[in-house]
Design a protein around this ligand. Structure first.
Ligand code: ISL
Length: 540
């Protein structure tokens, strides 16, 4: 019979390598460190891991500025350490996904170095987006995602180059055949090495409008989706090319897109049968804690994405947004940002109740694990780690912090190295000082301590993943049916085959009716459902 590809309902653990585990004491996580801790992922019960970029890189954007797509940074152990880690992961039954960064490279990439040294109009410059400025001004009014103009002038010439992110991340010109051919080679290089798929960085951005016209940004400076700089029709041709390249391997490789588009209908375009296999469903990540918001978001995800035949790729956290227990702990929200709608509040204008945020994050976990589709977990999420909101400015490294002149705190607070052992220096992360300082309280979240606490976040995650694994064969393609509770619009409940999932978003106590099944797992510690704000149950 036909078996569904492994990635359709896989749980993938995101490894932010430089913060996972360090083997050599330089304070930066590496591949030997990851290999030595693979048993953590096995015990947690995930199906695979996605590693953030680990290619040679100056590290301006921690690896999202790639200087060589066909190698591994020496700091992480080079190619031999990568091969060892990959073999060990496979031996443990874990799949491994690489992170591909095709929109831009590092300004230290040999191609860009050559382009800067070459003349305007040369083939070297054709691989990037160089244009003549308008007097002293850039060629157009586009903005960098990290703040400021998307263009940097080449010395005192009239030429500028485009960078959608940091000036150290020049955008490729995807209309240039050299670029297309190079990335074919890059994909083959990693697939031949044995990786099981790739996560594609900003997979909607590679192609720009051919005329690079000004975008009509709102005069008040508010956020605006520049449709000339992203989500262009031609990007689908590239993804389709990669689809067939990956399919030619005949071993169910997955292509997971990181795609920020205005609607889920746009997102579905990337999941057509001959494009990506998966795309992160960020809609849910942006939801505030309310039954209406979560319910509508899940419904949109299921209706629109499931209609393509692809499975939904649920995600509640990653290395670009504030950690979920902190987001869900916001009790007095204020303004709204763009990709991280919580950014303003978490800069200090909101009020955070961590106990509440923790309870809600535990409930949200059960809510998504019962749904059809795959789930991505971000390292530390299984520990219930909060955001480190008070990193000293001197420690911050995110380009967003520098580009905004310190006005934005950036993403370092969710990237602080993991605590493994409460009693060891750097909590067992490294034998040297960690690249970002860990707060004193990180020890409370250490992996080893959590395994011994039945009520810990880690034990809940392991129990939930194990229960999910045992139920999956019976659930199959069972659809989600919503259950309503008279007079309780703060309750989100659904049934899927013999599984029922109930989440309470409000403050009123609630006891699931016996007819819904027996409680197999509760997000609140203890066997008996503890009713109230931020709790969920799996019933069978
Ligand atoms: O994190 C963001 C700003 O708060 C996002 O806009 C982010 O830049 C966007 O989601 C794209 O992210 C990806 O590409 C970036 C890299 O910095 C991110 O870490 C990566 O996930 C550029 O390569």
């Amino acid at each position: 019979g036909i078996t569904a590809p492994w990635w359709r309902d896989a749980i993938i653990y995101q490894v932010y390598l430089r913060s996972f585990a360090d083997s050599d004491g330089d304070g930066v996580g590496d591949l030997d460190g990851l290999r030595s801790r693979l048993s953590h992922l096995v015990r947690l019960g995930v199906d695979g891991l996605w590693i953030n970029p680990c290619y040679p890189s100056p590290g301006v954007d921690h690896g999202y500025d790639v200087a060589d797509y066909l190698d591994i940074d020496a700091r992480y152990g080079g190619l031999p350490a990568f091969d060892d880690m990959l073999a060990a992961a496979h031996e443990s039954g874990l799949r491994v996904l690489m992170d591909l960064v095709p929109n831009h490279c590092s300004s230290a990439h040999p191609w860009f170095v050559a382009a800067l040294a070459a003349q305007a109009g040369s083939p070297e410059r054709e691989r990037f987006v160089f244009r003549t400025g308008r007097g002293d001004q850039p060629p157009n009014n586009w903005r960098s995602v990290f703040g400021g103009p998307a263009w940097t002038r080449v010395g005192d010439t009239d030429q500028w180059y485009l960078h959608s992110f940091d000036p150290a991340q020049p955008d490729f010109n995807w209309r240039c055949p050299d670029v297309v051919e190079h990335f074919d080679k890059v994909l083959r290089f990693w697939f031949d090495r044995g990786v099981d798929g790739i996560r594609i960085d900003v997979a909607h951005m590679m192609v720009k409008h051919p005329d690079l016209p000004d975008w009509a940004f709102p005069a008040d400076g508010s956020a605006s989706y520049n449709e000339y700089a992203q989500n262009r029709p031609e990007v689908h041709d590239i993804l389709r090319r990669w689809h067939y390249l990956a399919a030619s391997y005949g071993r169910d490789l997955t292509l997971v897109g990181e795609i920020w588009v205005p609607t889920v209908t746009d997102l579905a375009q990337y999941l057509r049968p001959d494009e990506l296999t998966q795309a992160f469903y960020f809609d849910l990540l942006k939801c505030r804690w309310s039954a209406a918001a979560f319910g509508a978001s899940v419904e949109r995800g299921l209706a629109t994405i499931a209609a393509t035949g692809a499975s939904v790729t649920w995600t509640l956290a990653n290395h670009d947004v504030h950690r979920s227990v902190t987001r869900y702990g916001l009790v007095r929200p204020s303004g709204i940002g763009t990709n991280d709608p919580f950014a303003d509040e978490l800069r200090g204008r909101g009020e955070i109740d961590l106990a509440l945020g923790t309870a809600r994050a535990r409930a949200a976990l059960l809510l998504v694990l019962g749904l059809p589709g795959s789930v991505y977990l971000y390292q530390g999420e299984e520990l219930g780690l909060p955001e480190v909101l008070d990193l000293p400015d001197e420690a911050r490294q995110d380009p967003i912090f520098f580009r905004s002149g310190g006005a934005e705190h950036g993403r370092d607070g969710c990237r602080v190295p993991l605590p493994w052992d409460a009693s060891a220096p750097t909590f067992g992360f490294s034998t040297g000082p960690s690249w970002l300082p860990q707060p004193e309280w990180f020890g409370e979240y250490a992996v080893e301590a959590q395994w011994d606490q039945p009520s810990s976040s880690l034990v809940l995650h392991a129990a939930a993943l194990s229960l999910r694994r045992s139920l999956l064969p019976a659930l199959g393609a069972a659809p989600v049916e919503w259950l309503t509770v008279e007079g309780r619009d703060d309750i989100l409940a659904y049934r899927r085959g013999r599984l029922t999932v109930v989440t309470v978003f409000g403050d009123e106590p609630f006891m699931p009716p016996a007819s819904w099944g027996d409680v197999a797992l509760a997000s609140t510690p203890g066997a008996v459902p503890v009713p109230g704000n931020g709790s969920a149950w799996l019933l069978t």
